[in-house]
Design a protein around this ligand. Structure first.
Ligand SMILES: Cc1cc2nc3c(=O)[nH]c(=O)nc-3n(C[C@H](O)[C@H](O)[C@H](O)COP(=O)(O)OP(=O)(O)OC[C@H]3O[C@@H](n4cnc5c(N)ncnc54)[C@H](O)[C@@H]3O)c2cc1C
Length: 815
C-alpha cells in the first residue's frame, strides 16, 4: 500500500470568518472540488478537514483507475479524471504515482463477451481507446494470466493505477496554487443556515460563514448531512484487497504489468511494487457501521476476513496461478461509501438553499476529477456542461430512507461486477412505494418494475405465475405479451396506470407569467393542454412537460416522475413569492385509457359528454369518472385516441373497478410501460431521459416545433442561435433490419466511422419493425439515408425515417 502522506498543512493558520464556499471533507472528492472551484475563478473557497487530508477511505484505496462505466457521461468524466492527473502533478509538485499501464476487461463467458462488445460500441462514438485483443496478446502483455479461462479481452489504454494519498494531496496543493485554502484538524461540528440563506459552519477553531456549503464527508457523509437535517441513503461497505510479496516473474518482467478486471470472478488486479494487488467485490457484501460512522475513526483498517472472500480468491489463484504461491504481504479491509445505484450523488440538494453535496463516490480516483469539474461548472455557471443525471442527488427523493439506502447500496456493492441486463429489475429494496392498484395489477399478471422508488407494471402475463422473464440482451418471452397489449391499444382499448408521471401544481397571481417565462412553449387557455419544452439558460433541454390550465392562474404540469425533485429544484430558483408550486405527484394517481374503443368505455362511466366535438384533443376538465372526482386530459402518449384520468390515491381502486367492469365486453386489457415505449416508437416520439435530456437542445431534438418564439423564455437566446446557425446533430427515427433490437448507446456508423448513437429503441409491434431513435451528424439525418447500427458487435443496416410509421398525420389521436 502506498505510504500515507502526513503534513501539518495549515495548523495554526487563522480560519477566515467568511468564504464564498466551504467544503466539508478533505478526501479526494472534496480536494478535487476545491481545485476546480479555484481554477475556474472561485478563489474564496475553503476546505475543512477534521483530521489530516485523506482521513476517510481515500488513503487506503487500491488506486486502480479506468474509464468503463454503465453511463457514457460518467465514462467521459472518468476519462477526463485520468487525463487531469498530469496537470495537478505539475501544478502541485506532488507526485500522484501514476502508472498508465493500460488494462484488460476479461470475459470468461458469452454474456460478458456480449457486454464487452456493447462497451466497445459505446467507446467508438465516445472516442475512447478500447480495442479487442487476442488471448495470446493477453498472455504476452501479462504473462501471469492463464488465458485458457477467457473468451475475450477488451483493452483500454487509459487504465492504470496511482498513489491515492499523493493524488489527494496533489489536488489540494494545486487548489492552493489557484488561491484556495484548506484547514486540517478543523472538524465541522454544526452547519446552521442564517435567515439570509448563508451558512455558518462551526468548528473548534471558529465559525466560518459561507454562501455555499458542500458536503464531501465521504465515510461521514451521513453524519455531516444530519447536521442540516438531511438523510443521504448511502452506506459504507467493507472491502478487501490483498497485496502479495514479490513474485519472480514480475521482478524479471521488463515493464510494469497491465491492470485488469475479471467480471465473472468479481476480481480486479494490478501490479504493486514487485508483487500484485488483488481485490474483490464478494457476492455477500458487509455494510459497515449501519448506525453511523464514529467520529474517532481515523487512519484505520478493519480486521480482514479472508474466509469471507475465500471462494473469490480461489478463482483468482486459478486465473493468475502465480498468486497461489505468492506470500501475502498484507490483507487490507477498508470501508468506503456506496450509493443505492452505485453512482455518486452530487449537486444542489433539492429543497435546500445553497446546500450542495458530493457523496457516495465509490470510485473516487476514477471519478473524483469529473465530479470536481461538474460541481464547479454547476456552482459557477448554473449548470454542468453535460447531462449528469446519473450522478444527480435529485434522482433519490425523500422516500429514499436510510434503511432503503443500506439495502440498495449493499446490493450495488455486490453487483459491482455483475451484469444488469436491459430487461432486468433488481430484487432488493422493492415495494418502497406502491399504489392502491399494486396487488390488483399483480393479480392480473403484471411484471413490475421500479422507478423513483415506485412500483409500476412493465407488462402483463396471463397470471402471476406466468409473469417472469430471464435477464437478457435479446428479445425475451415478454415480446409476445407486449404484442398482445399493443394490439389492444391499436384496435380496442387498453389501460395503463399513471402514478409514475410527476404532477406539479402552479397556482396564484403571476402563475401564467412565470410559466410563460419558464417554459419555452405556449401556455394554454383555461380548459386546454399544451406540450412544452423547458430549457436551461444555455438552451439545454431540462424538461418536456404537459401543461394543463385548470382555471385562471391554476395550472397542473405533468412530466417525468424521476425528475420530480430535479424539476422542483429548477422551479424554486425563479419562483416569485406570489406563485405557489407544489409537487403533487403522490397526491394524484390515475389510469390512462387508449384505443379506438376508449371513448366508448369512458362515456359509459362519466356523465360528461366526451364526444369528439364536446371534448376535443388536448382539452382538460375537472369532472367525475367512475363515480370519483378526476382531472381528465384528452391525450395519450400511445399516439392513439386516448384519455388520461387522474384521481386522488384514495379513489384509484374504485376508478379501476369501474373501468374493468365497463370495459369487460370491449375486451379491455391492462398494458404496461414496455407497450407504451413500443407504441411511441412507431409515432417517432422521444421520451424524457432517453432522447430528451440536457445533453441535447430543442433544435437538435426537434422539440423546437413546440416553441413559442413570440415571447421571452429561459434559454431563448441560445436556442435562437442554434436555430439560426444550425446544429451538428439531429434526432432521427430509424428502422433497423435486425433480429435483435437495440437497447441504448449503440454506435451508428457510416463507412465504419461512428456518426452518432442510439438513445432508445425496440420492437414496434403494430408496424412490425425493429426501430431505434438516435442522434446522428446532421448530414446523415435526411429521410431515406442508410446507416449501420452496431448491435453486440454485429452490423445491421438502418434507414432514417421521414415521418411516423403509424398514423403520420395524427388523425387517430385527434379522432
Ligand atoms: C479498500 C478500498 C479500495 C478502493 N479501491 C479503489 C480503486 O482502486 N479506485 C478507485 O477509484 N477508488 C477506490 N476506492 C474508493 C475510494 O477510496 C473512494 O471512492 C474515495 O476515497 C472517496 O473519497 P471521498 O473524498 O468521497 O471520501 P473520504 O475519503 O472518506 O473523505 C472524506 C473526508 O471528509 C472528512 N470529514 C468527514 N466529516 C468531516 C467533518 N465534519 N469536518 C471536516 N472533515 C470531515 C474525513 O475526515 C475524510 O478525510 C477504494 C476504497 C477502499 C476502501
Amino acid at each position: 500500500m502506498p505510504e500515507v502522506i502526513k503534513e501539518a498543512t495549515s495548523t495554526g493558520k487563522q480560519l477566515p470568518s467568511h468564504a464564498k464556499v466551504v467544503i466539508i471533507g478533505g478526501g479526494v472528492v472534496g480536494c478535487s472540488i476545491l481545485f476546480h472551484l479555484a481554477k475556474f475563478g472561485w478563489k474564496d473557497a475553503v476546505l475543512l478537514e477534521r483530521d489530516e487530508l485523506t482521513s476517510g477511505s481515500s488513503w487506503h484505496a487500491a488506486g486502480q483507475i479506468h474509464t468503463i462505466s454503465s453511463d457514457p457521461n460518467i465514462s467521459r468524466l472518468q476519462s477526463y479524471t485520468i487525463g487531469l492527473y498530469k496537470e495537478i502533478e505539475e501544478l502541485s509538485g506532488q507526485s500522484v504515482g501514476l502508472h498508465m499501464t493500460g488494462g484488460f476487461y476479461l470475459a470468461s463467458n458469452k454474456t460478458w463477451y456480449d457486454y464487452l462488445k456493447r462497451e466497445r460500441s459505446k467507446a467508438r462514438y465516445m472516442g475512447l481507446q478500447q480495442e479487442f485483443i487476442s488471448l495470446q496478446e493477453v498472455a504476452e502483455r501479462h504473462p501471469l494470466i492463464d488465458p485458457k479461462h477467457y473468451l475475450a479481452a477488451l483493452w483500454d489504454d487509459q487504465d492504470g493505477d496511482l498513489d491515492p494519498s499523493g493524488t489527494t494531496y496533489a489536488f489540494a496543493k494545486a487548489a492552493r496554487h489557484y488561491g484556495a485554502q484548506y484547514f486540517t484538524h478543523t472538524p465541522a461540528t454544526a452547519t446552521t443556515q442564517r435567515a439570509d440563506g448563508t451558512w455558518d459552519v462551526t468548528t473548534p477553531n471558529g465559525t466560518i460563514n459561507a454562501e455555499y456549503i458542500v458536503n464531501c464527508g465521504g465515510l461521514w457523509a451521513r453524519e455531516v448531512g444530519h447536521m442540516s437535517g438531511l438523510n443521504f441513503p448511502v452506506q459504507p461497505m467493507e472491502h478487501h484487497y490483498l497485496l502479495t510479496e514479490g513474485i519472480d516473474e514480475i521482478v524479471n518482467h521488463p515493464t510494469r504489468l497491465p491492470c485488469g478486471i475479471d467480471y465473472e470472478a468479481n476480481l480486479y488486479f494490478r501490479q504493486e511494487r514487485d508483487g500484485m494487488l488483488l481485490g474483490t467485490y464478494e457476492p455477500v457484501g458487509v455494510p459497515w457501521k449501519v448506525e453511523g460512522t464514529p467520529w474517532d475513526f481515523g487512519h484505520e483498517l478493519l480486521n480482514p476476513n479472508l474466509e469471507h472472500i475465500a471462494d473469490r480468491l480461489e478463482l483468482g489463484f486459478e486465473r493468475i496461478p502465480a498468486l497461489a504461491n505468492a506470500g501475502i504481504r498484507q490483507a487490507v479491509n477498508g470501508p468506503f461509501t456506496f450509493g443505492p445505484d452505485g453512482n455518486p450523488m452530487i449537486g444542489p440538494v433539492p429543497g435546500m438553499h445553497n446546500y450542495w453535496c458530493a457523496v457516495g463516490v465509490m470510485a473516487g480516483f476514477c471519478q473524483g476529477g469529473g465530479v470536481g469539474l461538474t460541481m464547479a461548472e454547476w456552482m459557477i455557471d448554473g449548470e454542468p456542461s453535460i447531462d449528469v443525471w446519473a450522478m444527480d442527488v435529485a434522482r433519490f427523493g425523500s422516500w429514499a430512507s436510510p434503511d432503503w439506502g443500506t439495502v440498495k447500496s449493499t446490493e450495488n456493492y455486490e453487483r459491482r461486477f455483475v451484469m444488469t441486463f436491459p430487461n432486468e429489475t433488481l430484487p432488493k429494496g422493492r415495494r418502497q412505494q406502491t399504489t392502491a392498484l399494486y396487488d390488483r395489477l399483480i393479480a392480473r399478471g403484471a411484471r413490475m418494475g421500479q422507478s423513483f422508488g415506485l412500483e409500476h407494471a412493465l407488462w402483463f402475463a396471463d397470471s402471476p405465475e406466468d409473469a417472469w422473464e430471464d435477464p437478457t440482451f435479446e428479445r425475451n418471452r415478454s415480446h409476445d405479451y407486449v404484442a398482445r397489449e399493443c394490439d389492444a391499444v391499436r384496435n380496442g382499448v387498453g389501460g395503463i396506470e399513471l402514478a409514475n408521471f410527476a404532477k406539479h401544481s402552479i397556482t396564484g397571481p403571476g402563475a401564467r407569467d412565470w410559466l410563460n417565462r419558464t417554459m419555452a412553449g405556449h401556455i394554454p387557455k383555461p380548459g386546454r393542454l399544451t406540450l412544452t419544452p423547458m430549457l436551461t439558460e444555455k438552451g439545454r433541454l431540462y424538461g418536456d412537460l404537459t401543461v394543463a390550465c385548470l382555471g385562471d392562474e391554476d395550472f397542473m404540469l405533468f412530466g417525468s416522475g424521476a425528475m420530480q425533485d430535479a424539476h422542483s429544484r429548477f422551479f424554486a430558483r425563479t419562483l416569485p413569492d406570489t406563485v405557489r408550486h407544489e409537487n403533487q405527484t403522490g397526491g394524484w394517481h390515475g389510469i390512462g385509457l387508449a384505443g379506438p374503443q376508449s371513448r366508448e368505455l369512458l362515456q359509459r362511466i362519466t356523465r360528461l359528454d366526451v364526444s369528439a366535438d364536446a371534448l376535443k384533443f388536448r382539452d382538460t376538465r375537472r369532472t367525475f369518472v367512475g363515480g370519483v372526482p378526476v382531472i381528465l386530459n384528452r391525450l395519450s402518449f400511445s399516439g392513439e385516441l386516448g384519455f388520461e384520468i387522474y384521481c386522488r390515491p384514495q379513489f384509484l381502486l374504485l376508478l379501476s373497478e369501474a373501468i374493468e367492469e365497463a370495459g369487460a365486453d370491449l375486451d379491455y386489457r391492462w398494458y404496461g410501460a414496455r407497450t407504451l415505449m413500443s407504441l411511441r416508437l412507431e409515432k417517432g416520439w422521444g421520451a424524457w431521459g432517453l432522447e430528451f435530456r440536457p445533453d441535447f437542445n430543442a433544435v437538435e431534438s426537434g422539440m423546437d416545433v413546440f416553441i413559442n418564439w413570440n415571447k421571452d423564455f429561459v434559454g431563448k437566446e441560445a436556442t435562437a442561435r442554434f436555430r439560426d446557425e444550425g446544429v451538428e446533430r439531429k434526432l432521427v427515427t430509424l428502422t433497423v433490419d435486425t433480429p435483435m433490437d437495440v437497447t441504448l448507446d449503440e454506435a451508428v456508423l457510416v463507412n465504419d466511422a461512428a456518426v452518432g448513437y442510439i438513445t432508445s429503441g425496440g420492437y414496434a409491434h403494430h408496424v412490425g419493425k425493429s426501430m431505434a431513435m438516435a442522434y446522428v451528424a446532421s448530414e446523415h439525418a435526411a429521410a431515406g439515408t442508410m446507416v449501420n447500427v452496431e448491435i453486440m458487435g454485429e452490423i445491421y443496416p438502418a434507414e432514417v425515417q421521414g415521418a411516423p410509421l403509424y398514423d403520420p398525420n395524427g388523425g387517430r389521436m385527434r379522432s
